[in-house]
Design a binder for this molecule. Structure first.
Ligand SMILES: Nc1nc2c(c(=O)[nH]1)N[C@@H](CNc1ccc(C(=O)N[C@@H](CCC(=O)N[C@@H](CCC(=O)N[C@@H](CCC(=O)O)C(=O)O)C(=O)O)C(=O)O)cc1)CN2
Ligand SMILES: [Zn+2]
Length: 777
């Protein structure tokens, strides 16, 4: 008998209950106990959904009030010492301090730009190639581990009490260490492995004592190109862990196992989960190498996308595996369902046809049941509803394949007609720079911001009212224009050189464009956690992409009409739109990216024609789109940089193209960043104390650069001297004539008070430096 399970489930709740409970708690409106109760209620419902779907286990340990890696930091007792927690501080309040920092406590340590002495939040970074952010564990020679939280065991008991068969989930020790960061140069976190393992042993022993039969232990780093010592450690680690543990299901996802395939199959664990969506070609190899006594869990339902599973394609993959692997077979989503929305049930506005092509988390659980029934030979409707479900899935998949909504001749034609050079600016950078310097006559070290200004409750309420039909289009337009005017006035008062309109009209930098482009659908409630309580609603790209009408032109032109200063048009780039959407799986991602690129190019050209001299095309997701295996980098980067250049190359030399990238850990892809040939790039550098900029200097990055001088993720207002210090550091590695002054990223999550205070200081810092640099030294 095949068993079915899931690697994890969305934690936010059907109606983002967790988000609202968290934010209430942080505002002091509900106490810890009420928040815990909200968490318990969500877990209860989510386990029940798994049970109702006929899963053989419910998964326990995937819930988190902020992030599952942060849960492990507490479980394993390695809260960084810099937080200086006192013994009486409750676990959950320590947890939120690590996740969010302490805003009230402003540390003014001169020379300490990024808060080693303060209670600044743990760094956040992208979870593999997803748009989910985890909190980065900090490791140093002083790191000690110890079993320090009973939360996981309590949750196990909770599920058992509700009568569920429990499979607990843990992030494995090697992935946990890998995902952390050394807080001291020269220290290797790998050296902490030996002291970490005994704690894992204790955790596993305790789960066993609780009667847990299976523990899913996630080691997604088996999908990466690992250094040899890390690879070699796996065998020894799992020998040690398996000694007194429940049965271990080692799970991998997101990426092919490649050179780690035999290793993964031979580890001394009771089962192995593989991602058959990202690495379908490895299934045969896995079935060959996996010993017969081990469980093979095949991740056959796409946990990263929202398309309904083609049952025949899935079965065609599963059947040979079932025949080959004589041992027990489980089926599951490819990875945790954290990365997809909760349920289609809440989508009342999606048209019925499109909806029939989709499966969100709850529906994906249902797909597992159908696949199992068919695999186990119960196709003839022995299990209730299976025959109907199968027929409807087949019909939907066939309908999607044949649908005239998916393919548009003119889009295909446009891609086919491209000619050499249409992804290149007319003149080389030096020539453009000269023309642009004359046109804009900006001071040295020009100041600008990254695009968004605070998305106030007032703005969101207006948009919500507009979407509900309580505010008409004219009324909404008036309100947004007023916000734009306010942003322009404030920037002029601050004496910023290159202005932005502030993005008030945008719910989100990707969703906004998805709503206006053909080939995209958007959901009413398709939220996916991005970090903490923050969610995004990725649009769904189902067909060929085209731009039926200008998307930003009117807002930008209005903003420009209010000021003589240059107004920077603000667009999201093709790679980021792709990366932060659910993407069609019936053609290569590169083709879809290029379609988007042409649509964005039309918008850029329209802005230029309307007299907008500077256009920023944001590409923050370019780094996270990198394939997890290096072998895939080159083709990806070629496609990504080309798509960006297509979008940016329709304009003349006089038009200045900016791009922006936060998540700027890209010193290993600088040639490709340079190949994008943006006139100006703004990047996130303040949290690394400008270290990230060093690569740009060493590489002699040819175009202009705006290294972020302050972290926008915190309400803390940076002092003038702090930003001056950072800019001096920048000027030491990049010629000052190439430098701009700007924050790390957009300001949409901030309030106006702290935003204005920080920008006053930023402009003052720029002016000080202009004087300093003007003096011959
Ligand atoms: N797609 C995407 N990915 C990204 C980023 C990004 O900007 N976009 N940035 C990084 C992550 N940073 C992020 C920063 C902020 C938020 C964020 O603020 N999300 C908002 C939702 C933003 C949104 O879409 N807002 C909508 C809808 C808001 C909403 O839910 N409104 C309520 C009512 C609100 C009210 O009445 O006040 C409702 O409709 O029920 C809008 O403004 O229109 C949230 O979780 O709260 C998300 C990610 C990386 N990945
Ligand atoms: Zn950014």
């Amino acid at each position: 008998m095949t068993r079915i399970h899931t690697l994890g489930f969305p934690r936010m709740g059907a109606q983002r209950e967790l988000k609202f409970a968290l934010e209430q708690h942080w505002r002091g409106e509900i106490d810890r106990e009420a928040l815990e109760a909200a968490g318990r209620e969500l877990r209860r419902r989510h386990w029940q959904a798994q049970r109702d779907a006929g899963l053989d286990f419910v998964t326990v340990g995937d819930f988190a009030f902020y992030d599952h890696v942060a849960n492990h930091i507490q479980l394993l007792g390695c809260e960084p010492a810099r937080f200086d927690f006192k013994g009486d501080e409750p676990e959950l309040s320590r947890y939120f301090t690590m996740a969010r920092g302490v805003a009230a406590e402003v540390h003014d340590h001169p020379g300490c730009a990024h808060g080693e002495h303060g209670r600044f939040a743990l760094e956040m970074t992208k979870w593999f190639d997803t748009n989910y952010h985890y909190l980065v564990p900090e490791f140093s020679p002083h790191t000690r581990f110890g079993l320090a939280s009973v939360r996981l065991f309590d949750e196990v008991a909770e599920a058992q009490k509700a009568g569920h068969a429990v499979k607990a989930v843990l992030l494995g020790p090697l992935s946990f260490l890998w995902l952390g960061k050394e807080k001291r140069a020269g220290f290797d976190r790998f050296s902490l492995l030996e002291s970490l393992l005994p704690v894992y042993e204790q955790v596993l022993a305790r789960l066993k004592a609780q009667g847990v039969e299976w523990v899913q232990i996630d080691e997604p780093i088996l999908g990466l190109d690992l250094p040899e010592p890390w690879r070699h450690a796996f065998e020894r680690v799992y020998w040690q862990l398996a000694r007194n543990a429940p049965k271990l299901l080692l799970s991998t996802y997101f990426s092919p196992l490649a050179d780690n395939l035999r290793l993964a199959c031979q580890l001394p664990v009771a089962g192995l989960h593989v991602d058959a969506v990202r690495a379908p070609d490895e299934l045969t190899g896995v079935a060959d190498w996996l010993p017969v006594h081990k469980v093979l869990s095949v991740g056959i339902v796409d946990g990263r996308n929202i398309w309904r599973t083609d049952p025949d394609a899935a079965l065609a993959r599963l059947r040979p595996v079932a025949a080959k692997h004589r041992g027990e077979l489980w089926i599951a989503p490819s990875c945790s369902l954290l990365h997809v929305p909760f349920s289609l049930a809440a989508e009342k506005q999606l048209d019925a046809e499109l909806k029939s092509w989709l499966a969100f988390a709850v529906e994906k659980l249902g797909e597992l049941r159908v696949l199992r029934a068919v695999l186990d030979g119960e196709e003839e409707g022995e299990e209730e509803g299976v025959a109907e479900a199968l027929a409807s899935a087949r019909a939907a998949v066939a309908a999607r394949r044949a649908s005239p909504r998916v393919h548009r001749a003119e889009v295909a034609l446009r891609l086919a007609r491209r000619v050499a050079g249409d992804d290149r600016r007319a003149s080389p950078f030096a020539e453009r720079q000269a023309v642009q310097r004359v046109r804009f006559a900006l001071p040295p070290l020009p100041t600008t911001t990254i695009g968004s200004f605070p998305q106030t409750a007032q703005i969101r309420a207006a948009r919500a009212a507009f979407k509900r039909g309580e505010l008409d289009a004219a009324g909404y337009r008036e309100k947004m224009r007023a916000e734009i005017a306010l942003a322009v006035r404030k920037q002029e008062a601050l004496d910023i050189d290159v202005l932005v309109h502030g993005e008030a009209e945008r719910n989100d930098m990707v969703e906004y464009f998805g709503e206006q482009l053909d080939g995209f659908a958007f959901t009413a409630n398709g939220w996916v956690q991005s970090y903490g309580s923050r969610c995004v609603k990725p649009p769904i790209i189902f067909g060929d992409v085209a731009r039926p009408a200008p998307m930003t032109l009117e807002w930008t032109a209005y903003a420009q009409s209010l000021t003589p200063r240059p107004m920077k048009g603000m667009l999201t780039g093709p790679v980021t739109i792709l990366q932060w959407s659910f993407v069609r799986d019936d053609q290569p991602r590169s083709v879809t990216t290029e379609q988007i690129a042409w649509a964005i190019r039309d918008e850029v050209d329209d802005l230029e024609r309307a007299g907008i001299g500077i256009v920023q095309i944001d590409e923050p997701a370019i780094r996270e789109g990198l394939p997890l295996r290096r072998a895939g980098w080159k083709p990806y980067l070629e496609g990504a940089t080309r798509a960006f250049r297509i979008s940016a190359s329709g304009v003349g030399d006089r038009t200045q193209i900016h791009t922006h990238m936060c998540y700027s850990e890209f010193n290993d892809i600088l040639p490709e960043i340079a190949a994008m040939d943006a006139d100006v790039i703004t990047i996130e550098t303040s949290r690394s104390d400008m270290e990230l900029l060093r690569g740009f200097g060493d590489f002699e990055y040819p175009n202009e650069i705006g290294p972020g001088v302050y972290d926008i993720h915190s309400p803390r207002v940076p002092a003038v001297e702090e930003m001056v210090r950072l800019m001096r550091k920048a000027a030491a590695v990049v010629p000052p004539s190439k430098l701009w002054v700007n924050p790390d990223c957009g300001l949409k999550t901030r309030g106006w008070a702290e935003t204005e205070a920080a920008l006053v200081n930023m402009v003052a810092a720029a002016k000080l430096l202009r004087q300093e640099l003007a003096q011959p030294s």
